[in-house]
Write a protein that binds this ligand. Structure first.
Ligand SMILES: NC(=O)c1ccc[n+]([C@@H]2O[C@H](COP(=O)([O-])OP(=O)(O)OC[C@H]3O[C@@H](n4cnc5c(N)ncnc54)[C@H](O)[C@@H]3O)[C@@H](O)[C@H]2O)c1
Length: 386
């Protein structure tokens, strides 16, 4: 099989995760990495064991004979890096969100559709085996039709007014924070599993800290070193939000999203109430699925490739009782992505599961509907496809 040469742009939390996951794929080699400066890129490349580094991604695209690019930069540069990759005819995996707003995502979706390359957005939670099991159970009619979906995505890493990250600055992260950053994962996940689509939202967003103390020197995601000096900065983006959802099927939902919930680290959970049973899952305990029954004892189904649907088993690298986790979802997503790349090169049909640019555009539209609903204090329709 042809060796695939990958360049990664942005080598922070997401970039290093992508590189670690890509290392587990045969035939894939991360040949270069681009950062925001020559020194920073070189240091990251040394730490991550990547042969070549660039302080400007444009130089990397010009000088390296690449096949694909992974865009792991902060949100502000997603569109320009992804467009540069498309212009260079390179396959591209973009981190979420696809762009800063739906104007950018609409354009990116159009460009992707008219290109001959493979494009994907990194909504990695789709790639947990038990998520795929839920999708199969719903599609097979095992638990009946869903009527209510409730859940949350809760974190605590921005609880204190001294907590700081580029996501807090709208010019770097976008005008929505908690909803666009993590709520988007939940919205993608439930729509992916159910095949249903959110058509209307009613939202109330809140900001715990209307001012935060920004370190005078930029901090990286999850960095814990104490800065020497801080500036008080006004905060215009949401720390948390409550969102009512109406799906196309008539199913209703409610999502709570927060980056200021003490003790919750990466609490992405959902419960799908369907006619015959309920299905509940939490990404912090991803190897267990709770199945609720009315007239018989509830069940805990363990991730077990020997006992799951075929599509879910295919995502399990290890036997039951050998826990798999977050990093494995990236391995699964990239396996799917490079399977599509190989099929495209061979002109063969291939069925993908990753989020397309068009789906990510709809998520951007949904996030904007949530923002508008909270501002207007009214229900807002998503109007997808525009
Ligand atoms: N799918 C997921 O679960 C997941 C998890 C974390 C982050 N993300 C996404 O990944 C992106 C990056 O987030 P992060 O947490 O890694 O942030 P980060 O701050 O840890 O890393 C961003 C990196 O990009 C570099 N950078 C900035 N501008 C650049 C440029 N113009 N060219 C090259 N490099 C540049 C920074 O120096 C830094 O190393 C975000 O869009 C975020 O939404 C996704």
């Amino acid at each position: 099989m042809k060796r695939i040469r990958v360049g990664v742009v942005g080598a922070g939390f997401a970039g290093s995760t992508h590189i670690q996951a890509l290392r587990r794929l045969p035939h894939i080699e991360v040949v270069a990495l681009a950062g925001h400066s020559t020194d920073q890129a070189r240091a990251s490349a040394t730490k991550l064991g990547v042969a070549r580094s660039y302080g400007d991604y444009r130089e990397m695209l010009r000088d390296e004979p690449l096949d694909a690019v992974h865009n792991c930069t902060p949100n502000k540069t997603h569109a320009e890096v992804t467009l540069a990759a498309i212009d260079a005819n390179l396959h591209v995996v973009s981190e979420k969100p696809l762009g800063m707003d739906s104007e950018e995502t609409r354009y990116l979706a159009r460009r992707a559709a008219s290109s001959g390359i493979v494009t994907a957005v990194c909504f990695n939670y789709r790639y947990y085996p038990l998520v795929r099991e839920v999708k199969a159970m719903l599609a097979n009619g095992d638990v009946g039709r869903p009527h209510l979906i409730h859940g949350s995505y809760l974190q605590d890493w921005l609880l204190l007014e001294t907590d700081w990250n580029w996501r807090l600055e709208p010019k770097l992260g976008g005008s929505s924070r908690a909803v666009a950053d993590i709520g988007s994962h939940w919205l993608d996940l439930v729509q992916y599993m159910t095949g249903d689509v959110v058509e209307e939202v009613v939202a109330s967003l809140g900001t715990l800290h209307t001012h935060r103390l920004r370190p005078s020197k930029e901090a990286v995601t999850f960095a814990s070193a104490e800065p020497a000096a801080r500036d008080s900065v006004r905060i215009d983006t949401e720390d948390f939000g409550c969102v009512l959802l109406r799906f196309a099927s008539g199913c209703q939902g409610v999502l709570t999203v927060s980056q200021v919930s003490a003790g919750r680290k990466n609490w992405l959970s959902f419960e799908i109430d369907a006619r015959d049973s309920a299905l509940s899952w939490n990404q912090e305990t991803p190897n267990e699925l709770w199945i609720g029954h009315r007239g018989e004892p509830n069940q805990i189904a363990l991730r077990d490739p020997a006992a799951m649907n075929t599509a879910a088993s295919a995502l399990s690298g290890q036997p039951a009782g050998h826990p798999e986790g977050w990093l494995d979802t990236f391995v699964n997503l990239f396996t799917d992505f490079y399977g599509a790349v190989a099929a495209s090169a061979a002109n063969e049909p291939y069925c993908t599961s990753f989020a397309t640019f068009e789906e990510a555009h709809r998520i951007a539209r949904t996030v904007e509907a949530v923002m508008a609903s909270s501002k207007l204090d009214a229900a807002v329709r998503v109007d997808g496809g525009k």
